[in-house]
Design a binder for this molecule. Structure first.
Ligand code: SF4
Length: 227
C-alpha cells in the first residue's frame, strides 16, 4: 500500500484483504454459541455482555444466562440483586444495572420485542454506538460501522490511520470499516476480522512477517500514518 495515497481507499487492496480474511475465517474462526443465534434477544444480550469483557469469560456464563433468562420479560421479573448475583463472574455492576433497566423498558414500551432501529437502540440504557451498530448489523444484515477495539486496531493498521482512544467514534474509521464490510454477509466478516485481529493482528507483536496481506497493509508494508 503506497503511503502517498492519502485519504483514498484503494478498492483493489481492500478487496484483496477482504477476500483473504473471508477465506482465513472459514478455517480459523473461533466458535461461540451466540454467533450461531438469529434471535435478536440473544444477539443483544451477547453484545451487551461482550462490551468490555473478553469473549472467553462471556462464553462461560452465556448458556446458563440464556436458559435462566430466555427473554427480556424474564429479566424484568427478577431483581437487580439477583441479576448481579447471576452475572457476578463477569462483574461491572453498572452494566448489569443498565441491562436490567433495558429489559424493563423493552418489556414495558415494546412488548418485549427489541426495536431494531439505531435511534431507538441508542436511547436504551447502556447502549452505545458499538452495541447498536452490531445488533442492527447482526439482526438485519445491514452494513454498519461496527468498531470494537480489535476492529479499530486492524482497520487503523491496514489503512494507516492513527489509533486513539476516540477512534471508535472517528468519522474516518467509520468510513473505512463501511468500505471494508461491503460484502453479502457483513456479520460473518465482522466475526472473522475480530478473530484475525485476536490471532494475527495482535495488540503487540502482530505477525506481519507471515501475514499474507502485508503487501497491501499500510503497517505491514512499512507505510506511514495518514494525517
Ligand atoms: S500485515 Fe501486520 S498489521 Fe497488517 S494486517 Fe497483517 S498482521 Fe496486521
Amino acid at each position: 500500500m503506497k503511503s502517498d495515497n492519502l485519504h483514498i481507499i484503494d478498492p483493489v487492496e481492500t478487496s484483496l484483504a477482504r477476500d483473504y480474511i473471508l477465506k482465513w475465517g472459514v478455517k480459523n474462526q473461533r466458535s461461540f454459541n451466540w454467533r450461531l443465534s438469529n434471535s435478536s434477544y440473544e444477539i443483544f444480550i451477547s453484545e451487551f455482555l461482550l462490551h468490555r469483557t473478553r469473549a472467553g469469560q462471556v462464553s462461560e456464563i452465556y448458556d446458563f444466562f440464556i436458559q435462566r433468562y430466555p427473554n427480556f420479560e424474564s429479566i424484568a421479573e427478577t431483581t437487580k440483586s439477583n441479576l448481579r448475583e447471576d452475572l457476578k463472574t463477569i462483574g461491572l455492576n453498572w452494566r448489569i444495572d443498565a441491562l436490567y433497566d433495558c429489559a424493563l423498558r423493552i418489556s414495558r414500551d415494546y412488548r418485549g420485542i427489541l426495536p431494531l432501529d439505531k435511534t431507538t437502540l441508542l436511547s436504551l440504557p447502556g447502549v452505545g454506538e458499538y452495541i447498536a451498530s452490531a445488533v442492527v448489523c447482526f439482526c438485519i444484515g445491514s452494513i454498519e460501522p461496527v468498531l470494537d477495539t480489535n476492529i479499530v486496531r486492524f482497520i487503523g493498521r491496514f489503512y494507516g490511520l492513527k489509533i486513539t482512544d476516540s477512534s471508535r467514534r472517528n468519522k474516518r474509521f467509520k468510513e473505512f470499516i463501511l468500505q471494508f464490510l461491503k460484502t453479502k454477509n457483513p456479520r460473518q466478516l465482522i466475526y472473522y476480522i475480530i478473530d484475525f485481529a485476536f490471532a494475527v493482528c495482535t495488540p503487540s507483536k502482530p505477525k506481519c512477517t507471515s501475514c499474507p496481506i502485508k503487501t497491501v497493509c499500510n503497517f505491514g508494508s512499512g507505510g506511514g500514518i495518514r494525517k
